[in-house]
Design a binder for this molecule. Structure first.
Ligand code: GDP
Ligand code: MG
Length: 170
């Protein structure tokens, strides 16, 4: 018989990397060009993953909150997507600080998360190579996806579903 489960996921990453665009793409299969950057939203989404009905709660953080708010988000969620923008090296450099914060909050548990390099459609302005993304993911022992919320390339849905699977295995 199918089981129902609830999985709480928070999306972390510097402001402007495309967190909202990714969440909206995942939920609606559409791309919204402009999305209020200061907005923090939670969405509920039901999906059937491997024959189980899963209710996903997605927290789209603004990426400009203070440390107290950030720690609250880290405590709330079971799984995380840490997003950077392949055209913004600075956003890539912020991945590790995000991961360290999660480790700190979740210890002694291992943090369940995926690494997402967004804006893959902007290859001409790329500042972070696919290899660098893969290397960091290997070091952090997490799954890695390069994708584009704009074109939909990179299978964003699978990234979110894999994260759910990973959370439920723990
Ligand atoms: P957030 O602050 O991380 O939520 O970022 P947003 O989702 O608001 O996106 C920031 C800007 O990047 C917006 O102007 C989006 O249109 C743009 N953007 C987001 N994802 C992509 C993408 O995959 N490709 C391109 N070309 N632009 C994107
Ligand atoms: Mg946003």
């Amino acid at each position: 018989m199918a089981k129902t489960a609830e999985v709480k996921i928070a999306i972390f990453g510097r402001a402007g990397v495309g967190k909202s665009a990714l969440v909206v793409r995942f939920l609606t299969k559409r791309f919204i060009w402009e999305y209020d950057p200061t907005l923090e939203s939670t969405y509920r989404h039901q999906a059937t993953i491997d024959d189980d009905l899963v209710t996903m709660e997605l927290l789209d953080t603004a990426g400009q909150e203070d440390i107290i708010q950030r720690e609250g988000h880290a405590r709330w969620a079971d799984g995380f997507a840490i997003v950077y923008d392949i055209t913004d090296k600075g956003s890539f450099d912020e991945v590790l600080p995000f991961k360290n914060l999660l480790d700190e909050i979740k210890k002694p548990k291992n943090v369940t998360f995926i690494l997402v390099g967004n804006k893959a459609d902007l290859d001409h302005s790329r500042q972070v190579s696919t290899e660098e993304g893969e290397k960091l993911a290997t070091e952090l022992a997490c799954a890695f996806y390069e994708c584009s919320a704009c074109t939909g390339e990179g299978n964003i849905s699978e990234a979110f579903y894999d994260l759910c699977r990973e959370v439920r295995r723990r």
